[in-house]
Design a protein around this ligand. Structure first.
Ligand code: SF4
Ligand code: SF4
Ligand code: SF4
Length: 261
């Protein structure tokens, strides 16, 4: 939906942690009034309602899942999180986090109490999975196969992380410490010499922003969809068992061993 310049400036002044939600609400509000473009009046009326006493609490769902726009056909996608999203959403619903939060948080609920999940289809991580409770990144591992390499250098040029070396061997050497599992070299290789050896997801746990920010801890390796869902379930069980008075997941998670199956 189109936004007027004035409306765009006004939405950008809304605190970032509620901006996305307010934006969606404003668009729905404008659409319900038969409008094709959001104007300043739509923003101010919704902003007032959303940030007023009690207004925010009514909007809290207990958890928040954000995604990148890889599903809309982004060419960088290493692995689609679309199916995983459905599974995670169903686990979240079954966990009844809102009911849990209402019982355990003293005073009114705020957005920062929500359990946050973020999924990105590639390591560019547009939905910022490193700073939420559970972050998922689509991943694909390259391997040099047996097909002849023409030494065209396309893979070297395509790799944003300088993880591929062709200087000492006929076949490319892929540095697994530098590789971020984006799959660009696989797509770029015209001979099929670089192949896909494994596809799945990277899992990051316990990240947060705020006064004491922390980047999430990463589970080593690439996980299958089934394994990711098992980890998500464990995280929620751990969270509901140990979180008191609205303590964030990231505050109580000190080691990955606490939640890995
Ligand atoms: S995270 Fe990757 S796939 Fe998703 S929108 Fe960003 S660049 Fe595209
Ligand atoms: S998967 Fe991505 S980061 Fe890894 S070697 Fe290929 S292009 Fe480089
Ligand atoms: S892109 Fe493929 S053929 Fe070209 S140098 Fe790399 S591995 Fe060899």
């Amino acid at each position: 939906m189109k936004w007027s310049a004035e409306a765009e400036a006004a939405i950008n002044a809304v605190p970032f942690f509620v901006r996305k939600k307010v934006r969606k609400k404003v668009e729905a509000h404008a659409q319900s009034r038969g409008k094709k473009e959001v104007d300043i009046e739509d923003v101010t009326s919704l902003k007032k309602k959303f940030l007023s006493k009690g207004g925010m609490e009514n909007e809290i769902q207990g958890y928040d899942i954000s995604t990148c726009f890889g599903g809309e056909g982004c060419s960088n996608s290493a692995n689609s999180c679309a199916e995983l999203l459905v599974g995670i959403q169903s686990i979240m619903d079954e966990a009844e986090i809102l009911t849990f939060l209402k019982k355990s948080v003293p005073g009114g609920l705020k957005f920062h109490h929500e359990f946050r999940v973020s999924l990105s289809d590639c390591p560019n991580a547009c939905s910022r999975p490193q700073i939420v409770d559970i972050g998922i990144i689509g991943a694909v591992r390259p391997v040099a196969g047996t097909k002849e390499c023409t030494r065209c250098m396309a893979c070297v040029d395509a790799c944003p992380d300088k993880a591929i070396c062709l200087e000492t061997k006929e076949h490319p050497l892929i540095d697994q410490d530098l590789c971020l599992l984006c799959g660009k070299c696989i797509t770029a290789c015209p001979t099929g010499t670089i192949e896909k050896s494994e596809q799945g997801f990277r899992v990051l746990l316990g990240g947060r922003l705020g006064r004491h920010p922390r980047l999430a801890l990463e589970v080593p390796g690439i996980q299958s969809q089934q394994k990711v869902l098992a980890i998500v379930e464990n995280c929620l069980t751990f969270y509901k068992t140990h979180s008191k008075n609205g303590n964030r997941f990231s505050k109580i998670l000190t080691s990955l061993d606490q939640v890995l199956p």
